[in-house]
Write a protein that binds this ligand. Structure first.
Ligand code: AHR
Length: 683
């Protein structure tokens, strides 16, 4: 009996081993030879190739990069109610709050918050609390700068207590007293310092009184430490994520945010400069009011802090209103002048009117500006018919005064029949696409007419199906494959940037799925797509090298990565991506871009394996004398549906590659569903 069982077991094991080896044989990929001609450098890659695109969307600035912690700081977010503010009462104190039209003289501040503190006995207090952008972030050993405009009723004795405390009021993390508040409007400042407290977000900012009376407040502000200690500056963690991408340019201020929901709420740059109390604020097209704390100078300083060049979008008469009102002809002339003034504000020396104004605002040194884009997506909102005449007005005026500035048209290459009366220096192509389209579009520009107008891909993302805050690993594969195509075609594509860049991941904060970098009040994270771009941008290279995969692995539509579709959150972003979704025909299984960096002589390989199996490679570098056997790089892979979150910010991150077998010919295996960047030393 035992012997029979043993035979049976051996037989089963034998069958299993045979099955396993057949399975292995079936799933193993045929080795592929990657030949790179190092001695035949091709087209140059512009140093500006990788950059960033930005606008106020998803609480990108307010509640995001712009470090202000007070939400609705000028009380204009809702004309009826002091939204995001509440009355707080301690130990039985009594008080009430209301909005008042009580303008602060010589400012743009028209609304104030009135606190009526009544019947305050000993130990009792009443005050106003701000909930921040989904909480006030408390960090240990941190100094916060608080400021506010205030006036009080006659006879009010004060002082006012300014504090950061837990939402239940039980824990005060930092506080300070401000005394001698005047019955006339005045600005008050103080600092708040936390001790060794745990980091948290379930907190509020409070201004309270222990003496009865009436207090009016306007422009209440609270700043944590900012990047490079700028007064009206940016969040440090987000800036660090952006700087790590080494972006060469910053396209701003939009996007739809440039156009605004209507004429009144276009990005009117003159209302975004100077002291923050002089900025009237405006509605963004993304359905919330912008504080305009991130104004024109702040955009420029943000670019400067990243060592990036500004790419300026100028308002060109179109709004996000289905074409209800388009400004053309004579009515557009003042806006052409506004654009000229804007360029002077950015580039003019201090003897010019607007250059002097920039100096007064704190930046005497002019900024470099080489690119101006006229409008945004003028093929939407019935803008096409008037765009040529609008573009021509801006083109003629800008070129006359600034002949070296390159002017970008928002008409895409897809709008092939669009005729420009003036030849734009660049066309701005936008793509929000699904994975098959991203893979297919890795070849989009292969056959682009080399004599035609060059391209700025000013917005792109693999983001369809549009669910979630930030891209999953499957989208990062699409992004990487597409980017190899842009690099290979760097003679026609001069620059590119992903959009949107930022998203506050708190419920209700997002208008658009998906976005590159996510955060709450305290923490931030890069998505797998963020890491792909960081890997590519940090390893751009200066010239494209001819690279060939032989045989090129091919996939059927069923074999290409599928983005798992989680249930969209209630009230989630607007759906539907643009661009064709051709899920027919065969797709490349591996994508490659090979480049060479002039300064180091390094050969850089970017390899994207979208197959579900590892891909063995025989690398053959031709026309090079030596390749160091030690090479390094990074590789990112993960479950197709894997994402990073504030809770798990490092779930999908690149792993280091260390090769000790590199050479003119060497073997390497690309993991399934992976993106690899390898640097090979030629010196
Ligand atoms: O990136 C989000 C939006 O997409 C931009 O504001 C607009 O230009 C495009 O339609």
């Amino acid at each position: 009996m035992r012997v029979r069982q043993l035979f049976l077991l051996l037989a089963l094991v034998g069958v299993g081993i045979v099955a396993l080896s057949i399975g292995q044989f079936l799933s193993a990929q045929q080795p592929v030879t990657l030949t790179v001609r190092v001695d035949q450098p091709g087209v140059k890659i512009d140093p500006l190739f990788y950059g960033l695109m930005t606008e106020e969307i998803n609480f990108s600035y307010d509640g995001g990069l712009y470090a202000e912690l007070i939400r609705n700081r000028t009380f204009r977010d809702n004309p009826q109610n002091p939204v995001n503010w509440s009355v707080v009462k301690y130990n039985g104190g009594e008080g009430s709050i209301s909005l008042e039209n009580n303008p602060v003289p010589n400012t743009a501040l028209t609304a104030s918050l009135k606190l009526d503190a009544t019947s305050l006995g000993s130990g009792q207090r009443a005050g106003v609390a701000n909930e921040g952008f989904w909480g006030i972030p408390v960090k240990p050993d941190t100094t916060y700068r608080a400021s506010f405009y205030a006036k009080v009723s006659n006879g009010f004795k004060g002082p006012l207590t300014v504090s950061i405390e837990s939402n239940d009021g039980k824990t005060v993390f930092a506080n300070a007293q401000v005394s001698q508040i005047s019955p006339e409007w005045k600005k008050y400042t103080t600092t708040l310092k936390t001790g060794k407290v745990p980091a948290s977000t379930t907190n509020r900012f409070v201004i309270s009184t222990g003496t009865p009376g009436t207090v009016w407040l306007s422009l209440v502000s609270l700043f944590p430490p900012t990047y490079k200690n700028r007064q009206n500056g940016n969040r440090i963690d987000l800036m660090e994520l952006l700087v790590a991408m080494k972006p060469a340019f910053l396209r701003f201020p939009g996007g739809n945010y440039l156009e605004g929901p209507n004429y009144e709420n276009r990005f009117n740059w003159k209302e975004t400069i100077g002291p923050i109390e002089q900025r009237p604020t405006h509605m963004s097209p993304w359905r919330y009011r912008s504080s305009d704390g991130m104004g024109l100078l702040e955009f420029l300083q943000w670019a400067e802090d990243m060592n990036a060049e500004p790419i300026l979008g100028v308002y060109a008469g179109l709004h996000i209103d289905n074409g209800a009102r388009i400004i053309t002809g004579d009515a557009l002339k003042p806006h052409v002048q506004e654009a000229l003034d804007e360029i002077e504000y950015i580039t003019g020396n201090t003897s010019t009117v607007w250059g002097a104004r920039r100096a007064k605002d704190g930046h005497p040194q002019p900024f470099k500006l080489r690119f101006v884009e006229v409008g945004n997506e003028d093929w939407l909102n019935m803008g096409t018919a008037s765009y040529d005449s609008r573009f021509t007005m801006f083109y003629d005026a800008i070129k006359a005064k600034y002949p070296d500035i390159q002017i970008i048209s928002t008409m895409r290459t897809q709008d092939r029949n669009f005729v420009h009366s003036r030849k734009p220096d660049l066309l701005d192509d936008h793509f929000y696409i699904n994975i098959p389209t991203a893979l297919r579009q890795a070849h989009l520009y292969d056959n682009y007419d080399r004599k035609a107008t060059k391209i700025f891909v000013g917005e792109w993302a693999t983001n369809n199906p549009r669910v979630g805050d930030t891209p999953m690993m499957a989208f990062a594969l699409g992004d990487a494959a597409w980017l190899t195509g842009l690099e290979r075609n760097a003679d026609v594509v001069l620059m590119n940037c992903y959009a949107p860049l930022l998203v506050n991941v708190n419920p209700g904060a997002r208008q658009w799925a998906v976005d590159l970098i996510g955060y709450d009040a305290l923490k931030s994270f890069g998505s797998p797509s963020y890491f792909v771009q960081k890997m590519f941008s940090n390893n751009r290279g200066d010239v494209v090298l001819p690279a060939k995969l032989d045989p090129l692995p091919m996939l059927t539509p069923e074999q290409i990565p599928v983005a798992p579709q989680p249930q969209p959150a209630p009230g989630a972003a607007r759906g539907g991506g643009r661009g064709p979704a051709p899920v027919t025909g065969m797709f490349d299984g591996v994508y490659v871009s090979a480049t060479r960096e002039n300064s180091s002589g390094d050969v850089i390989l970017k390899l994207v394996n979208v197959q579900s199996s590892p891909q063995p490679l025989s690398v053959d570098l031709q026309g090079v004398t030596t390749i160091n056997r030690n090479a390094s790089g990074e590789m990112i892979t993960g479950e197709l549906g894997a994402i990073n979150t504030v809770a798990e910010p490092m779930k999908v991150i690149p792993q280091p590659i260390r090769l000790q077998n590199a050479g003119k010919k060497f073997a390497h295996e690309l993991p399934s569903h992976s993106v690899s960047v390898i640097r090979l030393k030629t010196r």
